[in-house]
Design a protein around this ligand. Structure first.
Ligand code: NAD
Length: 319
């Protein structure tokens, strides 16, 4: 397979590139990334001499560039996006542009290059929040933040290109990822990098919000399986193991040898979704099973941030 991967210098995209190249000697990858603040060339620096890998710096909204790259690919695996909810609340425009228009630009290129299908990375946040129970793939979308609304808009474009032009697709809606190489603006790495520097962790509200944390490797395994087995349609990807933010924070205190004086309760995020919860039985029935349990995954993640201060120090947001 010749893959055009977008956003491959980011957190999940870079893990996926490594996994895909390791899984199949017949796979080659062009990584198209704009290198925004979130794009880290270091994440793929070890692939410099890999003949099956090529990096192109560019914008997914650049129609001419994207069309040229799509011509040489069998399929686009689309990770690139603006991804941080807090940033979307401060400045929604870039999210609408990159996440919706960028996706449409890629769909158009895939269509013109005669691709059989389009592989789109979405998020469980498109469903919105619920107090109990689990969302299934055919539940309605009720996104609440400019980020999740932009991701839902992208999905609507993917859907429309199938309905209107017959471009088939696979969409993954994964829960919150954690693991090495995640930008320190996100909850878990922000907490770890603060604790390692003897700073406090900001906790929104009372910290009772519930998230279903999946290790990035397990998400990438799901994407690879769906790609390789050519599954079509929408798949939830998660652990079905909701944890409150405060319980995650307390585990991180224990793993870094800190106590509860390192917790700082701050004003809640505007419009903060209380609970994300997705039913992943469709993905499990297709043959996927997670390999990393939360305690082991958090331990490994803390160890990675401990050992890679040079990677995260330039990017920390609590200077
Ligand atoms: P990230 O913020 O770490 O990386 C995003 C990457 O996209 C960066 O390398 C950035 O440079 C690139 N990019 C941004 N705008 C671009 C543009 N216009 N053109 C080309 N490249 C551009 O993101 P992530 O956490 O790895 O998320 C990847 C995908 O997975 C996103 O689509 C996100 O919505 C989705 N997702 C993430 C999570 C999570 O917990 N991180 C959960 C569910 C879904």
């Amino acid at each position: 397979m010749k893959l055009l991967v977008t956003g491959g210098c980011g957190f999940i995209g870079s893990h996926f590139i490594h996994l895909a190249l390791a899984k199949d000697a017949g796979t080659s990858i062009v990584n198209l990334d704009k290198l925004t603040y979130a794009g880290r060339p270091e994440n793929v620096a070890d692939l410099k001499n890999e003949p099956r890998y090529k990096f192109v710096k560019g914008d997914i909204c650049d129609a001419a560039l994207v069309r040229r790259l799509a011509k040489d690919a069998d399929i686009i695996v689309h990770f690139a996006a603006e991804t941080h909810v807090d940033r979307s609340i401060l400045s929604a425009g870039e999210f609408a542009k990159t996440d919706v228009l960028g996706t449409q630009t890629l769909l158009e290129a895939a269509l013109h290059s005669g691709h059989e299908r389009f592989f789109h990375i979405s998020t469980d946040e498109v469903y919105g929040s619920r107090k109990s129970g689990y969302f299934k793939e055919d539940d309605k979308l009720e996104p609440n933040s400019p980020y999740s609304a932009s991701k839902a808009g992208a999905e609507m474009m993917v859907r429309a290109y199938e309905h209107t032009y017959g471009l088939k697709n696979t969409i993954t809606r994964s829960s919150n990822n954690y693991g090495p190489n995640q930008h320190p603006e996100k909850f878990i790495p922000r907490a770890i990098t603060n604790l390692l520097r003897a700073r406090q962790i900001p906790i929104y509200g009372t910290g009772e919000q519930v998230r279903d944390w999946i290790h990035v490797r397990d998400n990438c395994e799901a994407i690879w399986m769906l790609l390789e087995k050519k599954h079509l349609g929408i798949f939830n990807v998660g652990m079905m193991d909701g944890q409150t933010n405060i319980s995650i924070a307390k585990r991180l205190l224990a793993l870094t040898g800190r106590d509860e004086t390192s917790l700082k309760y701050v004003e809640d995020r505007k419009g903060h979704d209380f609970r994300y919860a997705i039913d992943t039985s469709k993905l499990r029935a297709a043959g996927w099973k997670p390999q990393v349990n939360l305690d082991a995954g958090l331990k490994e993640t803390v160890a990675w941030y401990r050992a890679n201060q040079k990677w995260w120090e330039p990017a920390v947001i609590d200077k």
